[in-house]
Design a protein around this ligand. Structure first.
Ligand code: ARG
Length: 461
């Protein structure tokens, strides 16, 4: 019998019951639902809205349900409409009439808004700790590769030399911003909607601030219509996760390339690669490809949430029940991706020699050759032109700038002398790029220090 049986003359069609039910996916919020109800019952008694004896029965009953769900002694009823109805019905089954008083001055509309906020607060904390672990892993690999020279690319063409540490430090910085975004999202999720009622508050003398304090929220939602009817915090979290996934996906894409025979910059551990069912030589970077693929899926979740909300008049509409599968999927996916990515990175072999060999090709030191002339007094544009001519000359002679004889240099400018070879050596090119943010080891060490300090300053709610 549904709770609203008094108002209806027919039983609900079983297909509508299934269609309507969210218990399959909202059951995961049961702990938050129960804790929210305990705080509500506590406040109701303190404000004299229900008896202290009833409140105590309710709280004991709810704790019993919590224990039984945790231990598996109690199973969810798949026919229940949602987790909120299930817990309330189970409570009344267990403690009788007192259970029927729990829903005083409350609606499922403010209850569900509370539960998702509480649930997502915990998830944000977990995602933050995974991001932190990932950043620490990246920093550690970077510290072991401060002088591992590799080509830096633009347009996927070899451009200027960097180090593997410098490249990794870029990702560490991106992930620090993701961490900041998670902090920001937490702030706006951390607001307490209970007491909004169905939409228009309540006539009971409730104490919303007390519930807020009991549940550790930083503030109360200020408007009851807003409290029950916005899901902007879900959208914000899906957005934050989407950006984070975008960063993971770019990193994954690079690892896919670096694993190819054409690059061979890294090799993944056998435990983090897969073979082919037909081609015996294959070792595929499936983990990184799946992260790329799952990024699309998280963007889909973000889109679902944005689209679901855009035409909804205030206040609650049942459409909003669709928020859960989308945001839960985004949260589950990002956690799964990061926790697989970390050990994959930790066990990855960096093929330093191959990186260096690639950096030695492709005239990656041409800018430095031009800079050499500038340092001898030539305007940059003239130096740029002369170097371009030298590169063309090297290509026609099938050689490199390092191997080109000094006479060839001198034909184009008498500013060239023996020291040009030192100036354009790969090591000089990298080691001299000491500008703040640049690839020289001392500069990258500073960047990594910044990242470590950033992480140390976080309070890790
Ligand atoms: N299962 C519902 C949801 O997830 C709970 C709120 C139901 N409210 C209502 N008025 N039908 O949104």
């Amino acid at each position: 019998m549904p709770m609203w049986a008094g108002r209806f003359s027919k039983e609900i069609d079983s297909r509508v019951n299934d269609f309507n039910s969210s218990i399959k996916f909202d059951a995961r919020m049961y702990r938050h639902d129960i804790k929210g109800s305990i705080a509500h019952a506590t406040m109701l008694a303190e404000c004299g809205i229900i008896d202290t004896a009833d409140s105590k029965k309710i709280i004991d009953g709810l704790n019993g349900i919590l224990n039984d769900l945790d231990s598996g002694a109690l199973e969810f009823d798949p026919n229940a409409e949602d987790v909120h109805m299930f817990v309330e019905a189970e409570l009344t089954k267990r403690i009788g009439d007192a259970g029927k008083r729990l829903h005083t001055a409350r609606s499922r509309n403010d209850q569900v808004a509370l539960d998702i906020r509480m649930y997502l607060r915990d998830e944000i904390v977990e995602i933050k700790s995974l991001v932190k672990e990932l950043i620490n892993t990246i920093v550690e690999i970077a510290e072991n590769n401060l002088d591992t020279v590799m080509p830096g690319y633009t347009h996927l063409q070899r451009a200027q030399p960097v180090t593997f540490a410098h490249h990794l430090s870029a990702y560490a910085n991106m992930l620090c911003r993701d961490y900041e975004r998670l902090n920001d999202t937490y702030k706006r999720t951390d607001r307490m909607p209970l007491g909004s009622g169905a939409l228009a508050g309540t006539t009971y003398p409730i104490d919303r601030q007390r519930v807020c304090d009991l549940l550790g929220f930083s503030e109360v939602c200020q408007n009851s219509l807003d409290g029950v009817s916005d899901r902007d915090f879900c959208i914000e979290l899906a957005n934050t996760i989407s950006i984070l996934m975008m960063h993971l996906s770019r990193f994954s894409e690079e690892i896919v390339m670096w694993c190819s025979w054409e690059f061979k910059f890294v090799e993944l551990d056998d435990a983090y690669s897969t073979g082919s069912s037909i081609m015996p030589q294959k070792k595929n970077p499936d983990v990184t490809e799946l992260i790329r693929g799952k990024t699309a899926r998280v963007y889909g979740d973000l889109n679902t949430l944005l689209d679901m909300m855009k035409n909804l008049p205030l206040a609650y509409n049942k459409d909003m029940q669709e928020d859960k599968e989308a945001i839960f999927d985004a949260v589950d996916t990002v956690k799964l991706c990061i926790s697989t990515f970390i050990p994959m990175l930790e066990t990855m072999t960096v093929l330093k020699d191959n990186m260096r060999a690639a950096a030695a090709k492709g005239f990656i030191n041409a800018t430095d050759c031009a800079d050499y002339l500038v340092k001898k007094g030539m305007p940059f544009r003239d130096a740029y032109k002369i170097t371009g001519t030298l590169v063309a000359r090297c290509i026609s002679l099938d050689t490199t700038l390092e191997a080109l004889p000094l006479e060839e240099y001198k034909k184009l400018s008498d500013k060239f002398s023996d020291d040009v070879y030192e100036a354009i050596s790969l090591d000089t090119c990298v080691m001299q790029r000491k500008s703040q943010g640049g690839p020289a080891p001392e500069s990258v060490s500073q960047q990594l220090l910044y990242v470590k300090n950033f992480l140390n300053e976080q309070d890790d709610k």
